[in-house]
Design a protein around this ligand. Structure first.
Ligand code: FES
Length: 106
């Protein structure tokens, strides 16, 4: 079973079964992962799905496109590996991907 691991503030983690073709925001919402609201429904317009990708995984993802980068630039606690979960499409190749949900989103 392929999984995405969502690290929560405080150190706990939530492992969610990966569904091919779904994005990481939808996976989080369907599985009630705290801290990922996805207010805009995945249209890259709210930033409430901000996650920080584990450094070991960051280079394995396609970089953010201009629209995602523009939205990320409005996030005050943006980190070098920050991404919008709604823009990361789950594939089997991402089995074990770990993302941190930022503290302020709880
Ligand atoms: S759900 Fe709004 S930017 Fe990702």
């Amino acid at each position: 079973m392929a999984i995405i691991r969502y690290a929560q503030h405080g150190g706990s983690t939530r492992d969610v079964s990966l569904t091919e073709g779904s994005n990481l925001m939808d996976l989080a919402r369907v599985n009630a992962v705290p801290g990922i609201d996805g207010d805009c429904g995945g249209s890259c317009a709210c930033g409430t799905c901000h996650v920080i990708v584990d450094a070991a995984w960051a280079a394995r993802l396609a970089p953010p496109n201009a629209e995602e980068d523009r939205m990320l630039s409005m996030i005050v606690d943006r980190q070098p590996t920050s991404r919008l979960a709604c823009q990361i499409v789950a594939t089997a190749a991402l089995d074990g991907l770990r993302v941190q949900v930022p503290e302020h989103q709880f």
